[in-house]
Each structure stands twice: as structure tokens, then as C-alpha cells.
Design a protein. Structure first.
Length: 280
């Protein structure tokens, strides 16, 4: 029987540039929709709908055709476009009608209990934002404190995992890293929207996750964490997910500026963002 996550919707922007990213997309969708009664909203940006053409048929077969809770949207890439992750998150967020929403990377898995606890902390314990892993500071970054497992998968390993969802099979093919603020966050949907959504001035890859980690407590929202592992399915990286992207310096400069704002200045800044008008 599926676990009850009916109060949560997962929103996932994606761009499939390689076979490992394709495998990760299939793995994540199969796991979420087989394990939980929940909704998954995806938006793909690419030169062609790779997810629809290559991933969705395999997911549909794995789920015996039960893909009603998977909603897919596509935007065609052109020569002047870039992977505008923050905008795609906001577009998906505007379609959510559950009280909890998870901003979710397409390469992340959590222990089953972490999903349930995150939803419970928002629904029952009054949290606005939950990170299902600890914040490990650089001075505390020693092997026994590292809660991110960097998993190096292949088709056979993924097939074994999907047959029984046994996370222990990843142990022999994982490195470890410290957890901070990326990967996945669970929000009270209304707080995510009221707090400014995603900042669309961050373009391509940049410190948008770190900025949210700074912004929401600064604005007075109740942020919680708990100690558990996060599994990152490793993958190759294109130009949109590296520091070589042409927007990276501007993104870093913006974050540096926002870090200097008082609470009132930050509220004023977000209240005046024109992108919010696209979702009102």
C-alpha cells in the first residue's frame, strides 16, 4: 500500500542532457509515484521533449499505466534561451493546490520516513520550510558528520533498487559529502508564495538555494531540519549547471547584495519583484 503524501506536491524542473540524467529522471519518478500517494509536476526545457519520448514510456510501464498523478510540461529551448530553473519552479508552484510543496531536484532520493516526517512537520508542527537533512558547517565537515551520499549508479543498480527500494544497495557505490541547503526543500505552500517564491533574477545555475536558506528565516518564517541522509544520484553536468555559465557572476553579486539587507529591506525588495505579477 502506498504511503500517504496526498498533502504534498513535488515540483521538478529538469533538462535531460545525458543518459545518466535520463536514468535519474526515470528512477525518481518511479520511486515517488510507486511509494507515495502524491502528485509530481515536472517541467522540461530542451530542444526536444526527451522526458516525454524516452522517460515517460518506461515510467508508465513500471507503474502499470498509473501515471494520473504525474503532470508534465515542456518548453522548447532555442539558441538564446537558458535553463531558467527559478522560473520553472514558480510556474509549477502556481499550479499546486496542496498545502505542502516540495522543491525537488531530479537527482535526489530520501529515506521513505523523511518524506513523511517533512510533511508532518509542516502540517502538524507549524513549520514553513523543512530541510530533511542537517546543516553541516565547514568547520564540522568530518566524515562521520556527512549526510549526503553521492551515489554512482548504472542501469543494473537502478533496476535492483526499483525492485525493492532497498537503499542499502547504494552503500558500496557512494562517496559522502556535507549537506547544506540544496537537493530538496519542503514548504508550506502559502509561505513559499508569500515569501517571494523563487527569485527569478537568478538565472541558470547559481546560489538560489543558498539565498532561500538565508531569506526565509530572515523574513521570520519557521524553518526546521532533522538528521537524515540524502542520496544524490551523480551525473554529468552541462553548461547550465556549472560556474562557467554566463550568468554566474551576476547571480553571485545579487546574492551578496541581498545578504546585506535588513528584514524590512528584504520584504520591500520581494514585494516589488515584477515576476510575482505573473502568478497572482
Amino acid at each position: 500500500m502506498k504511503k500517504d503524501l496526498r498533502d504534498t506536491t513535488f515540483i521538478i524542473p529538469l533538462k535531460i542532457e545525458s543518459t545518466d540524467r535520463l536514468r535519474n529522471a526515470i528512477t525518481i519518478c518511479c520511486f515517488l509515484l510507486k511509494t507515495f500517494e502524491t502528485q509530481v509536476f515536472l517541467k522540461e526545457q530542451n530542444t526536444e521533449p526527451v522526458f516525454q519520448n524516452q522517460a515517460l514510456p518506461q515510467i508508465t510501464e513500471f507503474l502499470d499505466g498509473d501515471v494520473d498523478n504525474l503532470k508534465y510540461f515542456y518548453e522548447e529551448e532555442n539558441e538564446s534561451s537558458f535553463f531558467h530553473k527559478t522560473r520553472y519552479f514558480n510556474e509549477l508552484l502556481s499550479k499546486v493546490n496542496t498545502p505542502v510543496v516540495s522543491a525537488y531536484d531530479i537527482d535526489v532520493l530520501l529515506p521513505i520516513s523523511s518524506y513523511l516526517k517533512s510533511q508532518e512537520m509542516i502540517m502538524d508542527d507549524g513549520y514553513d520550510l523543512v530541510y530533511p537533512f542537517p546543516l553541516i558547517k565547514p568547520e564540522d565537515d568530518i566524515p562521520e558528520n556527512r549526510m549526503c551520499k553521492q551515489v554512482f549508479t548504472d542501469d543494473a543498480l537502478v533496476s535492483n533498487f526499483l525492485s525493492e527500494f532497498n537503499f542499502s544497495i547504494f552503500d558500496g557505490v557512494s562517496a559522502t559529502a556535507r549537506t547544506q541547503w540544496g537537493h530538496v526543500q519542503f514548504f508550506k505552500t502559502s509561505s513559499y508564495i508569500e515569501g517571494g517564491m523563487e527569485n527569478e533574477n537568478f538565472r541558470s545555475w547559481g546560489p538560489e538555494d543558498q539565498e532561500k536558506h538565508y531569506r526565509f528565516p530572515k523574513l521570520g518564517y519557521n524553518v526546521g531540519r532533522f538528521n537524515s541522509f540524502v542520496y544524490h544520484l551523480e551525473h554529468s553536468r552541462g553548461k547550465d549547471s556549472e560556474t562557467i555559465n554566463p550568468y554566474f557572476k551576476d547571480n553571485m553579486d545579487l546574492f551578496s547584495k541581498l545578504e546585506t539587507f535588513t528584514e524590512e529591506e528584504l520584504k520591500t525588495y520581494y514585494n516589488n519583484q515584477t515576476y510575482l505579477g505573473n502568478y497572482s
